[in-house]
Design a protein around this ligand. Structure first.
Ligand code: FE
Length: 237
């Protein structure tokens, strides 16, 4: 038997991996970064090949990892996990400093950072495993707990983009039945998800026909986990 849900029992963290290409910066969320030798300290990280950060790491051979704090707000995760550096400059929205290699080190919501230089890479289907030597690492906030991937999924009710190294497709429990009545739609400003009142959000126990105002206060965007305040009504033509 292959029950893919058992893979959710593996433990991971939540990180932003940042890199540069000449003077341009980009970063994205990864959950698969791990140290694998003590001396010299080396780590590996798996990055989706179509992601802009992948292109930057391939070009500059250097990157930083921000170990996200447990209380990192969802819109911050949304910016790095669900938006593309091809559309926005993600670094316009955060505080950072430059590391020894000229790669930005994010200072917001970061418990500790690691700066690393790529020694080799392994192409694995959709992803590349970058093997890197640690050249600097420092704790930025000694009091903050790092966010685990389980905490992100279970407590923050965060979602996983299809490009993530550990994405697993789990079929929805119910089929969406579209209501006949045309009703308002609301757009998530973090990831672009549209809440269609006619369709509801049956996967999260929201019946078709539920008005946006009637969604429970703890309802979050099923794609990126942003809360209701991040939504805006879509004006019909
Ligand atoms: Fe969203």
């Amino acid at each position: 038997m292959v029950d893919l849900e058992s893979l959710f029992k593996l433990s991971y963290g939540m990180y932003i991996i940042s890199s540069r290409k000449t003077d341009k910066f980009n970063g994205c969320i990864v959950n698969t970064a791990f140290q694998f030798t003590p001396e010299p300290p080396m780590l590996a990280v798996s990055v989706y090949r179509k992601c802009l950060t992948h292109e930057y790491i391939t070009d500059s051979k250097v990157f930083t990892i921000s170990i996200l704090a447990q209380d990192t707000p969802m819109p911050f995760i949304g910016t790095f996990g669900f938006k593309s550096g091809r559309d926005i400059n993600k670094f316009d929205e955060v505080n950072y400093k430059l590391g020894q290699t000229g790669v930005p080190i994010i200072l917001d919501n970061t418990a500790a950072f690691i700066e690393a230089e790529v020694m080799q890479h392994i192409d694995v289907e959709t992803h590349t495993l970058f093997i890197a030597k640690i050249i600097a690492c420092e704790i930025l906030d000694a009091d903050s707990e790092p966010m685990t991937y389980a905490y992100y999924r279970d407590i923050k009710r965060g979602k996983t983009p299809k490009s993530a190294a550990t994405y697993i497709k789990v079929e929805p429990k119910q089929k969406v039945t579209k209501g006949a009545k045309i009703m308002a739609k609301y757009k998530c400003l973090v990831c672009g998800y549209i809440y269609d009142q006619a369709a509801g959000d049956p996967e999260n126990d929201i019946d078709p026909g539920t008005a946006f105002e009637d969604l429970p206060d703890d309802w979050v965007c099923p794609e990126c986990g942003a809360d209701k305040s991040e939504f805006e009504k879509v004006e019909e033509d």
